[in-house]
Design a protein around this ligand. Structure first.
Ligand code: WTA
Length: 636
């Protein structure tokens, strides 16, 4: 019988847990960690360092996270559904695995990896559709101590190559193709193109999904189903150190190329499980559905690890919310009796824009808890979700967190905390948020706004950026020594509830996907027509933020050629990053507003993109103030 994990059941219990987590964090997190399966317990609970960014949790402990996700549930939940898979096309077959079956599948995949020479510590990149084998493969890596690095299957070949090379991955897992709504995409072909410039990769394991013929490179590529024939369905779990790397996940920052956020084994496990159980209040017989792709952190923590650690039944969906029609989410909820549903504001906004009948024709009776993640939810979307999906009976947890935090940081606990539209709410136990002035002074009291920072480590805190600790230190611990800096601005209302305002750095959040403006500019600048570019975000009704690119071309471009040049720029971005980074607007300009020292004044470009040109502030320090008028005239 697995030991019982304590769960918060009332607001008084939340307050008590929060107080204990602040007064005596080590004792608190030792108690939370106790019921997991450990091969060896920790020597110390926490070694904190918010200056150098060297934070360690449960040092000295030995464990394997998959024993906690799978093995320890077998005695009591062996026949319970662990993973329910809903395909892209509602008319095709669903797949359901019990905990026992999922355990066998993971062991078998783990043996395939071992048979292909994957060793503890090796990096394995996954570029796969949302099919059960993706979940299984991630867990298989963890089973044998290989580091998984999932690359969202919408990124381009160049973006894959950047990540594979940065991680120095030796093995890549992929499939023949993927379904996305009405489209089929030949993912293996994208991987082949990427690997032309990835010398570290010596093996590609291909999962058959669409049954498409693919090119198999002799000596490098093998089919999973052929390898699996020889592979046993039992595989002992590798013993891992608490601080051994569990995964790398690439995410965009305000400068340079995407960085590999590193999470380690024990702290991430405790944090994913604790936050999942307490925020969503999932009950034993619930069906839980998180719509995120495993290519993003939400899919890691709340489709896969959190639910499985807690012994929940987690639903995985291959498709998109609008296929075959805009009622698909609601159809899936009714079909599987989903009780807890977690999605992104951008999905809600895109469905809101379709006829209400799409949602009203489903009962949605099974729903008890709703959640959102990824970007601020506006009040209109919140009310639509609350009224038409939750039928005013389901609490909404608005969960604020980041790839770097490993799990939810600020959020209501479903049915326990006060609900306030568009407010993430209160910090979870263990999270000590503060608002800082730009100079780094803590802002006391309620009804205040500032930079959001965290002043004490929590178990899921980012450990490093892969291969470059200095970058992690500078980005997260450098701006305000002694604090983890989030990059977000926030307001603490009169009742102490947090509302996230958005990024205060050069990161934009498009449909819940993070991009650095510099990253998109670098891509645009690869285009042969382009001399220089500047990218800013602007408010977008469905995506939250849209991408607005101001571009200077080598030759003056006439009106007739502009369309062609813009199309060519889009092509370059799609090739460098992927379709998800396509700009919404491209404006060709002859100059950019720069200070005399050559710095682009993005503040002005942001105002132009927002259409707020009446009050541009002081532009007299610009090298050429005339350029601003030209940009305003040409605004898209
Ligand atoms: C934003 C996604 C407002 C925020 C889990 C953060 C949010 C960035 C919320 C991280 C929320 C995430 N309300 N904003 N509930 N959740 N964000 O790394 O700007 O993809 O810094 O992690 O998304 O994005 P990431």
């Amino acid at each position: 019988m697995p030991a019982q994990h304590p769960c918060i059941h009332s607001y008084a219990e939340y307050e008590d847990a929060y107080r204990r987590s602040v007064e005596n964090p080590e004792q608190f997190w030792a108690e939370v960690a106790e019921p997991f399966t450990w091969r060896r317990k920790w020597d110390s609970v926490l070694k904190a360092d918010l200056v150098g960014g060297h934070n360690e949790w449960y040092s000295g402990a030995k464990l394997n996270i998959t024993e906690n996700c799978l093995d320890r549930h077998l005695a009591t939940r062996g026949n319970k559904l662990a993973l329910i898979w809903e395909p892209n096309d509602p008319k095709t077959r669903q797949i359901r695995y019990t905990y026992r079956e999922l355990h066998q599948q993971v062991c078998q995949f783990a043996n395939v990896l071992l048979n292909n020479g994957v060793e503890k510590g090796d990096r394995v990149c996954l570029y796969m559709p949302m099919i059960p084998q993706l979940a299984i493969a991630v867990l298989a890596c963890a089973r044998i101590g290989a580091v998984h690095s999932v690359i969202f299957a919408g990124f381009s070949a160049t973006a894959i190559a950047d990540r594979v090379n940065d991680a120095q991955a030796t093995v890549v897992l992929t499939s023949d193709g993927l379904n996305r709504g009405p489209k089929q995409i030949p993912v293996k072909r994208v991987v082949d193109e990427a690997l032309e410039s990835c010398p570290s990769v010596r093996r590609v394991i291909v999962v058959e999904h669409l049954g498409w013929p693919v090119h198999m490179q002799e000596g490098r590529d093998v089919w999973y189903h052929e390898e699996a024939q020889e592979a046993s369905k039992s595989c002992p779990a590798e013993e891992m150190d608490a601080e051994d790397t569990l995964f790398i996940l690439y995410t965009s920052g305000s400068t340079g190329k995407p960085k590999g956020v590193v999470h380690t084994t024990a702290g991430y496990m405790v944090w994913a499980d604790y936050t999942f159980r307490n925020v969503f209040q999932v009950q034993e017989n619930d069906v839980y559905w998180c719509t995120a792709d495993i290519g993003w952190v939400t899919g890691h923590s709340y489709l896969l690890y959190g639910p499985l650690l807690s012994g929940a039944s987690t639903l995985m969906f291959e498709g998109v919310p609008t296929y075959p029609d805009a009622g698909r989410f609601w159809e899936v909820i009714d079909k599987h009796g989903v009780n807890v549903f977690y999605t992104a504001p951008t999905a809600i906004r895109s469905l809101m824009a379709t006829p209400l009948d799409n949602v009203l024709s489903y009962s949605l009776d099974s729903l008890r808890v709703l959640g959102t993640v990824g970007e601020p939810i506006n009040e209109e979307a919140w009310h639509w979700y609350h009224t038409h999906v939750g039928k005013e009976r389901c609490p909404i947890v608005d969960t604020w967190w980041q790839t770097e935090t490993g799990g939810i940081m600020i959020s209501g606990l479903a049915g326990i905390s006060p609900l306030k539209p568009a407010h993430a709410g209160q910090p979870l136990p263990g999270v000590q948020p503060v608002l800082l002035t730009q100079e780094g002074q803590e802002i006391e009291g309620n009804g205040q706004e500032g930079y959001l920072a965290i002043k004490f480590p929590w178990p899921g805190i980012i450990r490093t950026t892969y291969g470059d600790h200095e970058r992690a230190r500078q980005t997260y611990f450098g701006p305000y020594p002694g604090y983890y800096f989030t990059g977000d601005g926030a307001r603490r209302d009169e009742d102490g509830l947090y509302r996230i305002i958005g990024r205060v750095d050069d990161v934009i959040n498009v449909s819940g996907h993070r991009f650095g403006t510099a990253e998109i500019e670098n891509a645009i600048n690869q285009n042969p027509h382009v001399v220089e570019s500047a990218v800013v975000g602007y408010p977008h009704d469905v995506k939250g933020q849209g991408i607005y690119a101001f571009v200077i071309c080598r030759e003056p471009v006439g009106k007739t050629d502009a369309g062609q040049v813009e199309a060519s720029i889009i092509e370059t971005i799609v090739a460098e990053i992927g379709k998800i980074a396509k700009p919404d607007k491209i404006q060709l300009v002859s100059g950019l507003p720069k200070t005399r020292s050559g710095k682009i004044m993005r503040r002005i470009l942001r105002k132009v993109a927002e259409g707020e040109t009446s009050n541009l502030g002081d532009i007299t320090t610009l090298l050429d103030p005339g350029v601003v008028e030209e940009i305003i005239q040409g605004k898209k």
